[in-house]
Write a protein of this length. Structure first.
Ligand code: GLN
Length: 493
């Protein structure tokens, strides 16, 4: 029985709870047991079993009184450790936030708890969400539950992708029915692809950033990682909404995303951008992309060749804008207000010692790049230029929406790789996000759907990008893509 409870989707678990097949308490306990036996994956930075059972019991009580809150009531989920959770350790995967226990709850998690979701714990992540492999975490790497069946990576532990690696691994390893992550340049979609789960980044402004530890404020967005597109639609519906505490959150009604999944995409125009056909792209990624195009065409959509001419500038400009914002956001970690303090001889010495000891090498690299591009004399040459190019990237998409409704691309240029690879070459690591960063720069919604297996038996994802606030169109297409792909493979873990 307990094993079966772990194989459900959120939609199935919700129906079974409604039918009285099992209680929210039993469902939570099964997942807590799974979390304990999967500790070897290092997917969690904090486990909250007592809170989970208290929340599950409250869900059972509501149900007994006929007061169920909706589709997430009693559903156990995991939370990326970038979200502040009241009374629960929140570290952003960094040593500098040692022992930081917020006295407040992020808006997104508060919305989820108000919808009845049950918190299992906080998930491992790259330090301050900077990374693509979950290897920059102070708490050590998280391990992907998938294993290669052939090729160079056989027998090696693989990365789950990043930065929301723990969240993706937890959903793939059947520890959580769903999880939340954040995506600045790809951190929900790329780990979703690496772990064979759905990763959904909504439009910038759709979810409140209040209480989410800031990395790059003009790019950061929260979103769900789930086993199906429908589950992602349900979670996003609970997470999204206007928040007076975040002036960049948009005051627009939250649609019932699940009702958008009609299965009908007849006449939908699917854009295929020429510039995403990169030199040296593995043949199997190209083949899957073509397969995706055929699936959607077969379902009645029209394929349109489009051009996004500034695509090649997206990654270089992201690595100016994101570090610039990060260097400013991370200035607050001074050894006085939060977490770690290493006492020095005076105030400046304390700042320096604390930051030297508290930040890892990737974070330091970004603080240095960010400070450099914002400094007098370089601001115009780098930061301002990058902002101008960013506008051009957004304009490329704007022009594309004249001729198509959604855009189809691969999610990542490879399948998951072994822990330790690409570590000595930051550029090789940054290239993971080549297909995800452009939509981030333009603030657009995008989703990764598991679509096939690599020759080595590892999951590969296809990405759909939609116009701003067109999550419904994007999700409807993603649902059709998911059905056509029929991805049922599971990790050996
Ligand atoms: N991998 C990218 C980076 O390191 C994106 C991270 C993210 O989306 N948080 O910045």
């Amino acid at each position: 029985m307990a094993g079966e409870l772990l194989q459900l989707t959120i939609t199935q678990a919700g129906a079974a709870l409604a039918a009285g097949d099992f209680s929210a308490h039993e469902l939570a306990q099964a997942h807590l047991d799974a979390m304990e036996s999967a500790r070897g994956l290092n997917a969690f930075t904090a486990e909250t079993p007592e809170r989970a059972l208290t929340m599950a019991d409250a869900a059972d009580q509501r149900r007994a009184q006929g007061e169920t809150l909706g589709p997430l009531d009693g559903i156990p989920i995991a939370v990326k450790d970038l979200f502040c959770t009241e009374g629960v350790l929140s570290t952003a995967g960094s040593h500098i936030l040692d022992g930081f226990t917020p006295t407040y709850e992020s808006t997104v998690t508060r919305n989820l708890w108000a919808a009845g979701a049950v918190m299992l714990g906080k998930t491992n992540m790259d330090e301050f969400a900077m990374g693509s492999a979950n290897v920059t975490s102070h708490y050590g790497p998280c391990i992907n539950p998938w294993q290669a069946s052939s090729g160079d990576s056989v027998g090696k532990d693989l990365v789950p992708g990043g930065s929301s690696g723990g969240s993706a691994a937890a959903v793939a390893a059947r520890i959580a029915l769903g999880a939340i992550g954040t995506d600045t340049g790809g951190s929900i979609r790329q780990p979703g692809a690496f772990c064979g789960v759905v990763g959904l980044k909504p439009t910038y402004g759709r979810c409140s950033r209040w209480g989410v530890i800031a990395f790059a404020s003009s790019l950061d967005q929260a979103g769900p990682l789930t086993r199906t597109v429908r589950d992602g639609a349900l979670m996003l519906g609970a997470m999204a909404g206007h928040d007076p505490m975040d002036s960049t959150s948009v005051d627009a009604p939250v649609p019932d995303y699940a009702t958008a999944l009609t299965g009908d995409i007849k006449g939908m125009r699917i854009g295929v951008p020429a510039e995403y056909r990169m030199d040296g792209m593995p043949g199997e990624i190209e083949t899957l992309w073509r397969q995706g195009r055929d699936w959607l065409e077969h379902a009645g959509a029209a394929i349109v060749d489009i051009s996004l001419p500034h695509t090649k500038y997206a990654l270089p400009t992201y690595y100016i804008v994101a570090p610039a914002e990060a260097s400013s956001n991370l200035a607050r970690y001074d050894g006085v207000r939060y977490g770690l303090r290493v006492d020095g001889e005076d105030m400046t010495d304390t700042y320096e010692k604390t930051r030297a000891a508290g930040f890892g090498p990737e974070v330091k690299r970004r603080v240095m790049i960010g400070t450099y591009v914002l400094s007098a004399g370089y601001y115009d040459a780098y930061y301002l230029q990058a902002q101008k190019v960013r506008t051009r990237i957004a304009n490329d998409f704007r022009a594309a929406w004249e001729v198509c409704d959604v855009i189809l691309t691969p999610t990542a240029p490879s399948a998951a790789f072994a822990i330790g690879e690409k570590m000595d070459d930051p550029i090789a690591m940054y290239l993971n996000d080549i297909f995800t960063v452009p939509a981030s720069m333009a603030g657009l919604p995008a989703i990764s759907v598991p679509a096939g297996l690599s020759a080595d038996g590892l999951p590969l994802g296809l990405q759909l990008i939609g116009p701003a606030f067109a999550e419904e169109t994007m999700l409807r297409t993603a649902d059709v893509l998911e059905s056509a792909a029929g991805f049922t493979a599971k990790p050996s873990w």
